[in-house]
Design a protein around this ligand. Structure first.
Ligand code: MRU
Length: 322
């Protein structure tokens, strides 16, 4: 099962808005349809957004669109995950956009496997590991970053237990991460977002592993709520790891300059179609937050595990993206 695939000159995507109830697919035939799929979170997660954007531009190329215009619109689909801008720049600089998109999809799968391998070395036998949002196969082409670490540790017989934050308001933890772990019989429990601090305080969490939408020298951006998890982990001395491929790295900015996407109010005022607050309630709905580097125990990449800030310069070669 792949999150996205090129089939008959179309981009085939799992419709993640329908999970876990239905495993259905949509087919994008134009780049504009790919942009809508990214905006509406039919496809979501930083690496999946990046590779989808690459295929979206391949669709634009095949139908003879104005490529500069298509690239500009694609870049603007969602602002926070740097993989999107990275993918657009990369295919636009290539000679054959479709070929480059295929290459990126292959690389993404290989990077996730490598992240899994390095990350599993950090997991001890019997660990209870907590994650936030969905940094799984559904957020990539396949396998996943944070959930790739759990897959690898499980496959190595480490007997892990996974705790998934529900991840309000979109419920990526409850709907997607729990579903992914269940597909492979990896022991998993769902917890309310507000429970992670308490569970850490009573020794029920051994390690935290999350994904990232952007990694810079001074911290990472990830799903809203990551910062609270990181603060609680620091308070209780629990290792807090970020699993991310180098396609998520940004050496151009301080992480604090990342544009944080603000999403619509109805994501917060409603559970599905059910309103949960008085009509007309004003809302603040940032989709991501920033975890500064002093709260991060290590970044697990396809090239190994390293610390932000002090080791950033040594790992600069990571950023040489093809
Ligand atoms: O809004 P989303 O669902 O696209 O947010 C996804 C995340 O925050 C993931 O943790 C991140 O993209 C890493 S995915 C490997």
């Amino acid at each position: 099962m792949k999150t996205l695939e090129w089939e008959d000159n179309k981009l085939k995507l799992i419709d993640q808005t329908k999970l876990p109830d239905e495993l259905t697919y949509i087919y994008c035939e134009t780049y504009q349809e790919v942009i809508v799929a990214i905006k509406d979170m039919i496809v979501r997660g930083a690496p999946a957004i990046g590779v989808s954007a690459a295929y979206g531009l391949a669709l634009a190329d095949l139908s003879g669109e104005d490529m500069e215009k298509a690239a500009k619109e694609m870049r603007a689909a969602r602002p926070t995950a740097v993989n999107l801008m990275w993918a657009v720049d990369r295919v636009m600089a290539s000679d054959d956009i479709l070929e480059e998109a295929h290459k990126m999809a292959e690389e993404d799968m290989a990077m996730c496997r490598a992240i899994g391998k390095y990350g599993a070395e950090l997991i001890d036998y019997g660990d209870t590991v907590l994650t936030h949002c969905n940094a799984g196969a559904l957020a990539c082409v396949d396998y996943g970053t944070a959930l790739g670490v759990f897959r690898a540790a499980h496959d190595e017989g480490k007997n892990i237990n996974v705790l998934c934050d529900e991840t309000r308001p979109r419920g990526q933890g409850a709907r997607l991460s729990v579903w992914e772990m269940q597909q492979e019989n990896i022991p998993v429990k769902l917890i309310p977002d507000v429970a992670s601090g308490y569970l850490m305080s009573i020794g029920k969490v051994d390690k935290v592993v999350i994904g990232a939408d952007r990694v810079a020298y001074d911290g990472i951006a990830n799903k809203i709520g990551s910062l609270m998890v990181a603060l609680a982990a620091k308070r209780y001395g629990i290792p807090f790891y970020v699993a991310a491929p180098t396609s998520t790295f940004d050496d151009q900015i301080s992480i604090f300059d990342t544009e944080i996407e603000e999403r619509s109010a109805d994501e917060v005022t409603h559970y599905g179609s059910c309103r949960i607050c008085p009509e007309g309630t004003e809302v603040i709905n940032p989709a991501f937050d920033i975890v500064p580097c002093d709260l991060i125990s290590g970044v697990i990449t396809e090239k190994g595990v390293f610390l932000l800030n002090n080791e950033w310069e040594d790992f600069k070669y990571f950023l040489e993206k093809e």
